[in-house]
Write a protein that binds this ligand. Structure first.
Ligand SMILES: O=C(O)c1ccccc1NCC(=O)[C@H](O)[C@H](O)COP(=O)(O)O
Length: 210
């Protein structure tokens, strides 16, 4: 069975649609340049609606200790997801928070997968995400990578698939890669940061049927 993380939530409507549709994980972005960035009080109000069986994932880009600590408290995070963060720093934040910790691995070529081993020693899960253009946000850009790059790859730890997933391709992505957990953000939006409840529902139906 494939489960899904809906990332970059910022409204009650989108959050409720994600929970109602069966999402296993909800992602809250703490990165000011992102259109999905949440202030702590906003995150606190959203997180309070999340039932306990659904994981609350905080998304960060090479964060400092204070940002992570404040976000963990505000959104009662159960998982931290780290982008552009060295394996050493991933391990440090994992130890400091005591939380399940994911490390994003940007993929464009097979060679990019080489860092999986060092991240696996530091993180509980690797999130294979598409490499985004230089200067762009490291995630939430709707960029897809060639899933064939994962063919035959010996995953060193638990993993999830991300990058450009939407209702039209998620079933094929799960089938092709064998992903047990998929993650999506901009494919469920009508504009950057604006989630659409119908797209969320359709995506989660496609995941459930895959
Ligand atoms: O979503 C963001 O704005 C974001 C900003 C900075 C770092 C990571 C970010 N998102 C991380 C995610 O987990 C996204 O769901 C993932 O990159 C996939 O996004 P998309 O290709 O738009 O589905």
């Amino acid at each position: 069975m494939t489960t899904a993380k809906i990332c970059g939530l910022s409204t009650i409507q989108a959050l409720d649609a994600s929970v109602a549709g069966g999402a296993s994980h909800l992602g809250f972005v703490f990165y000011p340049p992102s259109p999905r960035h949440l202030a702590f009080e906003h995150a606190r109000a959203l997180a309070a609606r999340v039932p306990s069986h659904v994981a609350r994932v905080g998304v960060f880009v090479d964060p400092d200790d204070d940002l992570v600590a404040r976000a963990v408290t505000a959104a009662r995070l159960t998982i931290i997801q780290l982008h552009k963060t060295s394996p050493q720093r991933v391990a440090q934040l994992r130890a400091a928070t005591g939380l399940e910790t994911w490390a994003a691995l940007p993929v464009k070529t097979r060679g990019d997968l080489e860092s999986a081993r060092s991240l696996a020693g530091a993180a509980d899960r690797i999130l294979y995400d598409a490499k985004t253009p230089e200067g762009a946000l490291p995630g939430g850009m709707g960029v897809r990578f060639d899933w064939a790059l994962l063919d035959g790859f010996r995953h060193p730890t638990a993993w999830a698939l991300s990058g450009g997933l939407d209702v039209s391709n998620v079933a094929e992505a799960a089938r092709r890669t064998g992903a047990a957990l998929v993650d999506a953000s901009s494919g469920l939006e009508t504009a950057p940061g604006v989630k659409n409840v119908d797209k969320i529902a359709a995506f989660l139906q496609a995941v459930a049927a895959s």
